[in-house]
Ligand binder design. Structure first.
Ligand code: ADP
Length: 252
């Protein structure tokens, strides 16, 4: 067994005549915190959908936890958090506990009663994301940042090996973005959960990601976070197709 969590080989994808991904090769190893950056329309969301099995590439192979995606069944080992912060409106009739418990439905079954150890798992996941005191509050009354923490907890209850996050900080107050990344960093380091984070925020992210890829149809940069930080503004502007301001946050 290799230590690959996601392996992509020569991926191509088109929407009709429009090619959005070509020759994408990527190997995300266990324990990596991979940041994926790139211009709008560069194909990031399409690639995530391919990794999640929602779209089938025109060409290429995908391996998840060493299994070809066609044979992969362990989907509860992969957590996904989308950019939809504030999905729940004020007054939405579900508590934080209930939302996080949804992450267990695959195991518990929809209409079966939860066992005591399931309840403990839910509460533990809520604690892990620092939302313990909100466990029985309505989700709709929380801020965007707090709701995203709850979605992380929902992904954590099934003890994932990998978390995929597609622009999870959109809609989060900038002061809470750093704290949100710190939480991801902690889960990455302490629980060895591999992270794939798609983001526009190339600033704070470089502090926590171990590796970075830059996607614009194909992978233009693939390297360590420090190497990315050292790229010149000119080089990045070429990849992005417009001027890019380089904001670097040092690793501690
Ligand atoms: P990113 O996430 O990097 O912004 P996307 O993967 O969303 O990029 O989009 C890549 C390109 O594919 C864009 O030009 C977008 O307009 C196009 N696209 C995305 N979804 C569809 C779709 N369902 N049908 C046709 N074109 C699409």
């Amino acid at each position: 067994m290799s230590d690959s969590v996601i392996k992509l080989e020569n991926i191509y994808y088109s929407y009709g005549e429009k090619t959005v991904l070509r020759n994408v090769n990527l190997d995300i190893k266990r324990g990596m915190f991979m940041g994926m950056v790139g211009p709008n329309g560069g194909g990031k969301t399409t690639l995530i959908k391919i990794i999640l099995g929602l779209l089938r590439p025109d060409h290429g192979s995908i391996y998840l936890l060493d299994e070809p995606i066609e044979a992969f069944k362990d989907w509860n080992r992969i957590g996904f958090v989308s950019q939809k912060a504030n999905t729940f409106n004020k007054g939405f009739p579900a508590t934080v506990f209930e939302v996080v418990a949804m992450g267990l439905t695959a195991k518990v079954g929809y209409f079966k009663f939860m066992r005591k150890n399931h309840k403990e798992k839910v509460l533990q996941a809520i604690d892990q994301v620092g939302m313990g005191e909100y466990a029985y509050q309505n989700i709709g009354n929380l801020s965007g940042g707090q709701q995203q923490r709850v979605f992380i907890a929902r992904a954590l209850v099934s003890e994932p090996k990998l978390l995929i996050l597609d622009e999870p900080t959109v809609g989060i107050d900038y002061r809470n973005v750093e704290r949100f990344y710190e939480l991801l960093h902690e889960l990455n380091v302490k629980q060895n959960i591999t992270m794939l984070l798609v983001t526009h925020d190339t600033g704070a992210m470089t502090k926590y990601a171990t590796n970075i890829v830059c996607l614009n149809q194909t992978l233009h940069f693939h390297g360590k976070s420090e190497e990315y930080s050292a790229l010149s503004a000119e080089y990045l502007s070429e990849i992005y197709g417009h001027p890019v301001q380089v904001i670097v946050h040092d690793h501690d």
